[in-house]
Structure formats: C-alpha cells, structure tokens
Design a protein around this ligand. Structure first.
Ligand SMILES: Nc1ncnc2c1ncn2[C@@H]1O[C@H](COP(=O)(O)OP(=O)(O)OP(=O)(O)O)[C@@H](O)[C@H]1O
Length: 291
C-alpha cells in the first residue's frame, strides 16, 4: 500500500473575517484521509508561516496549505520556493487574489475537497528587492490605499473602496522612470503594478493578460482619470477590461527596474516601505501549486 501524503495546514488566526475554529473540523470531515495525513498549526506571529512551511519542505511534506489571505499565501510560499513541496490555498482572507486567479473555490469546505482530486502544477514567482511575491507588487495610489486599509479594523471590499474614493481626490500622479528588459519608459502614473497574477483580489483585475506560468511579469501603468472617466476605469477594473482604457498601458518583461520618489509599496497586498529604486525579476517555474 502506498504511504499517505503529508499535508501541513497553516492557519492564520487573524486573517479575513470568517471564523477559523471550524477549519480543523472541515479538514477532518472533507479531506480524504486514505490519501493524506494532515497536521494543523496556527501562526503565532508575522512570518511564522514561513518558518513552518520551510520546515515542512525540509521534512519532505507533499504540500503545505496556506489558510488565510494573500499575505499568508505569500509567507507560506517563501518557505516552499525551489522545493518539491506544493502550495495549497484555502482562502479565508478578504481579497484572495491568488485563489481567485487560480480558480480555487472561495468556500473553505470546497477548497479542502478540491485537494482530494486536484493536480500539482508549477507557477512563476517574483522578487522585488529580494523579497518574494506571488501575486502582485505595486507602488503609487494602490500602495497608499493598502497602507491606510491595513490600519483600518474593518476588512472587506467596501472599506477598501471607501478609502480609495476618499484618497483619490487628494492623490496626485507621480513621475516614474521604468526599464523593462532594457526598454525605457518615462511616465506619470496614478499607480504602477507588477503583476504575476491578473488581480489584486476582490476581482479587481489590473493585469488581464497576466498568466502565472508564462515566465513573464506584467508591468501595468495607470494614469489618473478625471471623475467621469474614473467611473469607467473602475467598471473596467472589475470587468477585466482595464486594458481597453486609453489611460492604461501594460508590458510583459522578466526584469523590471522602477525609480520613483515614494517609499510606500505593497507586496501581495501587505504594505511595506522600500527604496526609491525597485528591482523586480521573475523566478520562472519556482513554486508547485495544487489547484
Ligand atoms: N498570529 C499572528 N498575529 C499577528 N499577525 C499575524 C499572525 N499570523 C500572521 N500574521 C500576519 O497577518 C497578516 C495578514 O495576513 P493575510 O493577508 O493572510 O490576512 P488578511 O490581511 O486578513 O487577508 P486579505 O489580505 O485578503 O485582506 C500577514 O502579514 C501576517 O504576517
């Protein structure tokens, strides 16, 4: 008889809004225990997920499940990159960009059931100033909104949009000096995103052409619209047609250099302060995912 494959479930107790105490029960009830041998750990602090997932990879686990939002997916992935141990996503965050892009069900029960039949595939990841991202990194307006959102106690799309509307009127475009695989672009922008997946989360699709296993990143530049055009841009963002807007430009590349005046950025939705100069590069086919 074949031995059961080991899966570690890492639950971030503070992510999203849903109740986490049901998760061990859902794993017990819906994972096929003839195939898998499972263990559950809760994160005790930021970055603990990376320590736990790295240890599981070193011990030859089949997979590690990130039970949380994109921040948890990011931290779990950091411990798995370059190993044979695959990432599983059980999305319980609010935006869940990576899960939505990979068509992973947003209901934890369904996401757990999917593990029983899903296949292992390989995806690209990326580095921004040596920090890993899986989904998206960005600077400009979205980084500012993300920063303010992280300080708000309320989660979900509406508080995010509320902060976005409020900030939009005060936020001025900034100058960006960008190089994509040697090609120079000088532009003012509302925001500049570097995307591995198509969306920020909440189905806000900033890079409709992004594919997670094409060995390319998508640099996206969005200029600031006026109020009327702004509504159009918002509709386009949520309908996956932002690339049809004349205020938007996107280019695929493997190595991207961005120089700008600010320091605020986000990496997979988590706010962070970085240098004025950002060096971003693709890490092709560096992470296995069960999806
Ligand atoms: N036990 C913990 N205590 C405090 N922070 C933690 C703990 N475990 C993980 N974290 C931090 O929680 C942060 C947020 O995680 P995550 O993105 O998964 O949730 P979220 O922000 O609610 O989801 P979303 O990004 O979808 O809104 C991560 O940056 C992680 O470092």
């Amino acid at each position: 008889m074949q031995s059961r494959k080991k899966i570690l479930f890492i639950i971030n107790p503070i992510s999203g809004v849903s109740r986490k105490f049901q998760l061990p029960l859902l794993i017990e009830s819906h994972l096929n225990h003839d195939l898998f041998d499972s263990r559950v750990e809760y994160t005790k602090r930021a970055h603990h997920a990376t320590e736990l997932s790295k240890q599981a990879a070193d011990e030859g686990y089949y997979a590690v499940a990130a039970v949380g939002g994109d921040g948890t997916v990011n931290e779990v992935s950091r411990g798995l990159i370059g190993s044979q141990t695959a990432l599983i996503i059980v999305p319980v965050g609010s935006g869940n960009g990576a899960a939505r892009h990979l068509n992973i069900p947003l209901r934890p029960k369904k996401a757990i059931k999917l593990i029983n039949t899903a296949k292992k595939r390989v995806i690209d990841t990326a580095l921004i100033n040596e920090l890993t991202f899986i989904n998206m990194a960005g600077i400009g307006f979205d980084a500012r909104v993300g920063w303010l959102f992280s300080k708000s106690k309320i989660r979900g799309l509406w508080p995010y949009l509320k902060i976005g509307f409020r900030e939009f009127f005060q936020y001025n475009e900034e100058e960006y000096d960008i190089r994509v695989d040697g090609q120079e672009i000088k532009s003012k922008a509302l925001l500049v995103s570097v995307a591995n997946s198509a969306q920020y989360g909440f189905n806000a699709i900033i890079a409709p052409e992004a594919v997670m296993d094409d060995n390319f990143l998508n640099l996206c530049i969005l200029r600031k619209p006026g109020i009327i055009k702004g509504l159009n841009v918002l509709v386009r963002l949520f309908s996956g047609t932002i690339n049809k807007s004349d205020l938007y430009k996107s280019i695929k590349g493997k190595e991207i250099n961005i120089r700008h005046n600010g320091q605020l950025a986000h990496i997979d939705g988590e706010p962070i302060e970085l240098n004025n100069e950002l060096n971003i590069k693709i890490q092709p086919e560096s992470l296995y995912v069960i999806c």
